[in-house]
Design a protein around this ligand. Structure first.
Ligand code: NAD
Length: 458
């Protein structure tokens, strides 16, 4: 990305209801830095801009004999705290801006949970529903070849995301290893199958992290009238890796799952539905729709259902200014990346609806990816109990840090305004921050401190 392009993007951000995820991420970042007046402008610009955006185009010959061309991206946002880390998704709506935004979220997420990675993200514009498994394997291998010079165990480490999984990671590992033999290349990707250096607990990690974070928020008394997941009602949008396992784990923790949905629609059962039955039903029919004992609802209706906890676990910008007012949940636990727009955030903050932000709430996935990477480097495999115990500690500590950061910032708004004035900025008393902004402030401060310690090379 050249300078002109990036300036144009930053200036065109519409604070009202702009659904471009890069604009949204930029807006969230810029809002948070207002509360860190000591950050200098050059450092702010360095922290928001991605280090590298790679765009590739390549052909494959599909099963039907047709030659088709695909476009893919890999964005490395920041390597300040360690190698880039972030998923690869296969989806028709993948764009460069989406990848830039998601890569920056990874930087802040890794800093919030305090693991030594920077942020990255990648994707291929394709519709897996219209491709065979062989097509997907060829797309994955060819994409990995195109990325060969930029990914690596100590430079940029992909993981699964929307429509990719352990099998995709095995293909990437194998392709990379064929091109770079003679090394322990297992840490080049995480989320691998268990028999190929994968970690116990990685498959469930994103959802388990969401549960741990939600439990800690409730333990800390942030939601009046709700002190435990046990007995709470939960609706889950998206029934893939993050969503289906979240439904299972929240149910195991004593919650009642009242609604779930996938891209084909949703199902509702006010008295509760069995997530295992929904998973089995989806295996057979490829959707949760028509699960017995439930009534059909649309995805829009699911978001507005009567429940205590809403878990968006599908795609971004699902909760916006046009539907946030109708959301009835007391907590939005963001298993997905970027599901809530800034306008919706404002509505929730003013109504007292608690949003556990993505960069905290779904950080369990990258945390266990980090554990997988450590195990690969050490040629070890830890027990699942050990992985889950470490994850619990990380998520609890990160949730506490974000809550404490919120209290600290909101307790020193006048002091922040005074410091801004001393630095020559306009003196305005800033509004209190929500958990998203406090998570950003915590993360940006951590990354900025390391950037300043390291200095600029050469
Ligand atoms: P997935 O491909 O396994 O599942 C996505 C699910 O969302 C599918 O059930 C799909 O049918 C559904 N969906 C798609 N569009 C929808 C719509 N409009 N309404 C309702 N459902 C819809 O993907 P995943 O890995 O579970 O990722 C889901 C979200 O979680 C993404 O935002 C991803 O970035 C985020 N996330 C995933 C991980 C991970 O480890 N997999 C980690 C952190 C964050």
């Amino acid at each position: 990305m050249n300078d002109t392009e990036s300036t144009a993007v930053l200036e065109s951000a519409d604070p009202a209801e702009d659904l471009n995820l890069f604009h949204i991420a930029t807006q969230q970042f810029q809002h948070a830095v207002k509360y860190i007046p000591e950050l200098k402008e050059g450092l702010i610009q360095f922290l928001i801009r991605p280090d590298r955006t790679l765009t590739v185009e390549f052909p494959i010959q599909t099963n039907s004999g047709e030659v088709r061309n695909f476009k893919g991206y890999r964005v490395l946002h920041s390597r300040v705290r360690g190698p880039g880390k972030g998923g690869i998704r296969f989806h028709p709506d993948v764009t460069g801006d989406e990848m830039r935004a998601l890569a920056s979220l990874m930087t802040w997420k890794c800093a919030v949970v305090d693991i030594p990675f920077g942020g990255a993200k990648g994707g291929v514009v394709c519709d897996p529903k219209r491709l065979t498994k062989d097509d997907l394997r060829m797309i994955t291998r060819r994409f990995a070849v195109e990325l060969n010079g930029s990914i690596g165990p100590h430079t940029d480490i992909p993981a699964p995301d929307v429509n990719t999984g352990p099998e995709t990671m095995a293909w990437i590992y194998d392709t990379y290893h064929m091109m770079n033999p003679g090394h322990n290349n297992l840490p080049v990707v995480t989320g691998k199958p268990l028999n190929l250096g994968g970690s116990f607990g990685r498959r469930e990690a994103t959802a388990r992290g969401t549960l741990f974070s939600t439990q800690q928020v409730l333990r800390r008394g942030l939601v009046a009238g709700l002190d435990s997941v046990d007995g709470a009602t939960v609706a889950v949008q998206g029934f893939g890796n993050a969503g289906s396992i979240a439904a299972e784990l929240f149910a195991e923790a004593g919650a009642t799952i009242v609604a779930v949905s996938d891209s084909r629609g949703g199902v509702y059962a006010p008295g509760g539905l069995d997530p295992h039955a929904a998973i089995e039903h989806k295996k057979v029919t490829r959707s949760v729709v028509d699960l017995s004992g439930t009534e059909s609802i649309s995805n829009e209706e699911l978001l507005e259902i009567e429940c205590d906890i809403l878990i968006p676990a599908a795609l971004e910008t699902q909760i916006r200014c046009d539907n946030a007012e109708r959301v009835k949940a007391k907590i939005i636990a963001e298993a997905a990346n970027g599901p809530t727009t800034p306008a919706a955030d404002e509505i929730f903050f003013s109504k007292g609806v608690l949003v556990i932000p993505d960069i905290l709430c779904n950080a369990g996935g990258v945390t266990v990816s980090y554990y997988e990477w450590v195990q690969n480097i050490e040629n070890e495999q830890w027990d699942e109990d050990e992985v889950n115990a470490k994850l619990l500690k990380k998520m609890t500590r990160a949730t506490d840090a974000v809550i404490d950061s919120q209290a600290e910032v909101n307790g020193s708004l006048q002091e922040i305004a005074r410091k801004s004035e001393v630095r020559g900025h306009q003196s305005v008393t800033l509004p209190p921050v929500d958990l998203r902004t406090s998570a950003y402030i915590l993360a940006i401060t951590r990354v900025a401190e390391v950037a300043l310690s390291r200095g600029i090379w050469p």
